[in-house]
Structure formats: C-alpha cells, structure tokens
Design a protein around this ligand. Structure first.
Ligand code: NAD
Ligand code: DAU
Length: 357
C-alpha cells in the first residue's frame, strides 16, 4: 500500500480518488483536517475498505511510527502543507510549523522505517515530495520558463517554507540515502479547489453576486495545470522517476490573472447567465495588491516529458470548462466549505484591507 499525507485537501483528494479508481493498491490517508482539509472531498469513496483515513499531523512522530509499522507502505506521497500565499503573509507561523518542521519530522520517521527495511522492500521504497514552482521566485516578462536548474529564490513565507522543505528532502537523500523524488508544479485548478484561491473564489463570488477581487493591475502571470494532470504526473514520477531528482510539472498555459477572470465570467455567462442579463464581468473590482506579489511563473516541463513520457491530457479550455461545470453541479460542497472560519478569512483578507485603503 501507499501512504498519502494531506489527502483530504485539494490535490491530495483528487490524487486519492484517481489512485483508487485506477489501482487495487490501498491508501492510508494521513491528514490533520485543517480548514483546508475536508472529508467531503472523499465522499465518493463511501466505505471503501482500500481507503484508510487517519486524522493526524505529519509532525506527530509517535503516530507516524505506529502507522508505518502497522501498514508497511511501499511509498509515501507528501502533499500535506499550508498552501495559501495570502495566509502565509497574514500568519507565517503555521507554514514554518507544518511545511518545515512537519516535513523534518516526517522525513525522520520515514528514515527510521526505511532504515529497518531489507532486500526488495527497501530497494523499492520511495518518498515523493510534492512541491511548487513558487520556490524559483518570479520571472521577468521575457525570461525563459523555470527549469529544474533555476536558482531557488522564494519570495513569500509560503514559498520560502516550501523551498526549505525541498532542501530537507534533498539533504535526506544526499546524506542518508533516503530514496526521494521531488515534483515542482505550477498552479493547479479543478474540482475541490478551496474557494480562497483565485479560480474557485471567482466562481463562487460571481454566483453569489459579490465583487471579483483582482489584485493590483491583474497582469500577474501564472501557468495553469488541471489537477488530474498533476496527479498523473505524480504517478508517473513515482513509477519511474530517478532517485534524488526533481521534476517540474506544468501545462504550458501561461495566462495573466485578468484573462483567467474574464474566462470564468464568460463561461458563467454561457452556463448560468445572470438574471438581469448583464455579464458577470461587471462584478470585477480592483483591490490592493498582495505584498511582494510574484509577477510571473512559467514552468518548463520538458524533463518530465523527455525522461518519463508525461504530457498533460487537458487543454486550459477543456479543463476550465470542466471546473466551472463542477462548481455549478456542487452547490452543497461550496456552501459546506463556506463555514464560519472561511467567512472570517474573507473578511480579514478583502473587507478590512479595502476599508483601510
Ligand atoms: P490544500 O491546502 O488544499 O491541502 C493541504 C492538506 O494538507 C489539507 O487537507 C490539510 O488538512 C492537510 N494538512 C495541513 N497541515 C497538515 C499537517 N501538519 N499534517 C497533516 N496534514 C496536514 O493544498 P493543495 O493545494 O492540495 O496542495 C497540496 C500540496 O501541493 C502542497 O504541498 C502544495 O504546496 C503543493 N502544490 C500546490 C499547488 C496548487 O496550485 N494548489 C501547486 C503546486 C504544488
Ligand atoms: O504556483 C503554484 C502555487 O499556486 C501553489 O504552490 C500554491 O499552493 C497555490 O495557492 C498557488 O499560489 P498562487 O498565489 O499563485 O495562487 P492564488 O490562487 O492564491 O492566486 C493566483 C493569482 O491570482 C495570484 O497572482 C494572486 C491573484 N489573486 C488571487 C486571489 C485569491 C487575485 O488577483 N485575487 C484574489 O482574490
């Protein structure tokens, strides 16, 4: 079996659902269930006996030792993290705790487990660390896309904490021989994306008749990948990646934020027009920019394609349509995640700064 951490979050849940749909191999899913973790993301699994959910922290070494001894996974895939840049600006402590200290404890627990394995079991074991393109910093408009050789220059507390975790993973390979793989992926979108992030926030705010808050001039560029394509890349790297290597994952879909927002508005105009006949774009508003906002990310994913034959299956056009359709079909999921804590975040991030501006 495999052990997945953070498998109740956006990408982790998509990964677990895809894994169990495509393989007989069971999954132990260790997730702390922070505000971003949601068991409803896994509801389609029902009482699937191949899915063992454990609520817990990657920093809990006693729990990890017990889980590893009991289930003897052949691989760990580490999704667990604090993931939202804006939250890292408001409060970086949780990011250091989970992304850096938590990853350290996880690595130490896994090292003890792997060190006691022998023969084929030991040779086949893998630790795959899921990371981000944000560790590379920000690109000038005409600069080539990030390769795996690009300098690590993180600019936010979030990206710095992820870069730190990548360094720990690298060092545990170099020093202790732990069989690790790291993936650095661009911006994901798709089902179960928490509506604090750009695309789902725009969809849910548009439908609720609320402002669509674009930071600054809206010309910051991100490189978008449909979440199922990220999951297929992780499976491919797990199967065939070279130990100790880093693989960039991306969709060659660079787009300025304002274009993303207009695309979402146009799809909603088609699929769920406003009652007054006006376009959703009239709800777009400019708000204060994110401090230290990275201007552009772009991923060069040629190594993954060349070495492991991976390519994304979705275009941006097909993926964003599926995503908007998913949100329209799941109003209950949306209202469930918009709990009291979610409303407090939205008030702190958008209402209070707007008043202050
Ligand atoms: P998310 O915030 O939606 O989910 C994170 C999950 O981790 C949640 O279920 C949460 O409960 C869990 N978690 C948090 N702290 C934990 C802890 N201490 N112990 C156990 N579980 C804990 O994040 P996501 O968008 O699904 O991202 C998953 C991973 O992929 C992260 O490592 C992130 O850095 C990376 N990543 C994300 C993107 C993206 O666009 N979302 C792109 C590239 C890489
Ligand atoms: O690049 C990969 C990263 O992508 C992941 O590592 C992170 O976990 C993930 O959250 C994401 O980070 P971003 O900061 O790029 O994503 P976010 O959806 O928060 O913002 C995307 C862009 O949209 C960014 O330039 C900020 C802007 N934005 C975001 C929000 C929430 C707005 O203009 N308005 C908003 O309300």
């Amino acid at each position: 079996m495999i052990l997945v951490t953070g498998g109740a979050g956006f990408i982790g849940a998509n990964f677990v659902l895809d894994w169990l749909a495509q393989s007989d191999e069971p999954v132990v899913n260790l997730d702390k269930l922070t505000y971003a973790g949601n068991r409803a993301n896994l509801a389609d699994l029902g009482a699937n006996p191949r899915h063992i959910f454990v609520q817990g922290d990657i920093g809990d070494t006693a729990l990890l030792a017990r889980l590893l001894a009991e289930h003897r996974p052949r691989a760990i895939i580490n999704f667990a993290a604090e993931s939202h840049v804006d939250r890292s600006i408001h409060g970086p402590g949780d990011f250091i705790q989970t992304n850096v200290v938590g990853t350290f404890h996880l690595l130490e627990s896994v090292r003890a487990y792997w060190g006691a394995l022998a023969g084929d079991e030991k040779a086949a074991f893998r630790f795959l660390h899921v990371s981000t393109d944000e560790v590379y910093g920000s690109l000038a408009p005409d600069a080539p896309a990030f390769t795996e050789e690009h300098r690590v220059e993180p600019n936010s507390p979030y990206s710095a904490s992820k870069a730190a975790s990548d360094h720990l993973v690298r060092a545990w390979h170099h020093t202790y021989g732990l069989p690790v793989l790291t993936t650095n992926c661009s911006n994901n979108y798709g089902p179960f994306h928490f509506p604090e992030k750009l695309i789902p926030l725009m969809i849910v705010n548009a439908l609720a008749g609320k402002p669509l808050p674009v930071y600054g001039d809206g010309l910051q560029v991100r490189d978008w990948l449909y979440v199922k394509d990220h999951c297929s890349a992780i499976r491919r790297v797990l199967d065939a990646g070279r130990l100790g290597e880093t693989y960039n994952v991306g969709g060659w879909n660079e787009k300025p934020n304002i274009e993303i927002v207009h695309t979402v508005c146009a799809l909603l105009d088609e699929l769920r027009p406003r009652a007054d006949g006006q376009g959703y774009a009239i709800q777009i508003t400019t708000v204060q920019d994110r401090p230290g906002h990275d201007r552009r990310y772009a991923i060069d994913a040629r190594k993954l394609e060349r070495e492991l034959g991976w390519k994304p299956a979705e275009t941006f056009e097909s993926g964003i349509r599926k995503t908007v359709e998913w949100y329209l079909a799941h109003p209950d999921w949306v209202s469930n995640v918009q709990s009291g804590a979610y409303r407090e975040w939205i008030a702190a991030q958008y209402v209070e700064p707007a008043k202050a501006a």
